[in-house]
Design a protein. Structure first.
Length: 190
């Protein structure tokens, strides 16, 4: 039951993008097309899950036993950077069109505060390893869900007759705010 609560809570109630406002840069930057958003979501899922597992192990078996917790942020960032490099190499070989579509936003996963935030939150919430993995997967799914929904809205807005002064970033930010408010409605369900 705890895993279900962690899973649903991370996706809908405390969505990493729409409720905690982490990962806004790729949320706004990659959400132009649904296909690109799905690719970015898959990359974030892979990196966030592996990074959370590796950082949890580093925290519990290196940083805590040797009382060097002050190295947490830098060690977590190094792990995330290495994983992003691995994803970048794999995508370049497996799916060159997706690699091109993600462009600069793929290496920016390294500095995506959502990935680092989830890794740190699992330590702060004192999750065991399996809870940490479920938490990471759910947050990545929540990130992807927000990205895909927002991309769909943006694609639809491109077909609409939006007033000249509201085109582009202004209407995107308003839409993002309304989407965040919609997700806030899930807070009373869990």
């Amino acid at each position: 039951m705890d895993y279900i609560i962690i899973f649903i809570g991370a996706i809908f109630v405390s969505n990493i993008v729409l409720a905690q406002f982490l990962g806004i840069c790729p949320f706004l930057g990659v959400s132009g097309k649904v296909s690109t958003s799905l690719g970015m979501g898959g990359a974030v899922l892979f990196v966030m899950t592996l990074a959370t597992m590796v950082t949890w192990i580093i925290q519990k078996y290196v940083l805590d036993p040797f009382d060097i917790g002050f190295l947490q942020t830098i060690s977590f960032i190094l792990v995330i950077a290495a994983l992003v490099q691995m994803v970048e190499i794999i995508l370049k070989k497996v799916s060159p069109p997706l690699y091109q579509a993600l462009g600069i936003f793929l290496p920016l996963i390294t500095t995506n505060c959502a990935v680092l935030g989830v890794a740190i939150l699992t330590i702060q919430k004192e999750h065991i390893l399996m809870e940490a993995v479920v938490f990471a997967i759910a947050n990545a799914i929540g990130f992807t869900l927000a990205l895909v929904i927002f991309a769909g809205i943006r694609e639809h807005l491109d077909l609409m007759n939006v007033p000249k002064g509201m085109r582009g970033v202004p209407i995107a930010l308003i839409s993002a705010g309304i989407l965040a408010l919609a997700f806030m409605g899930f807070a009373n369900l869990v």
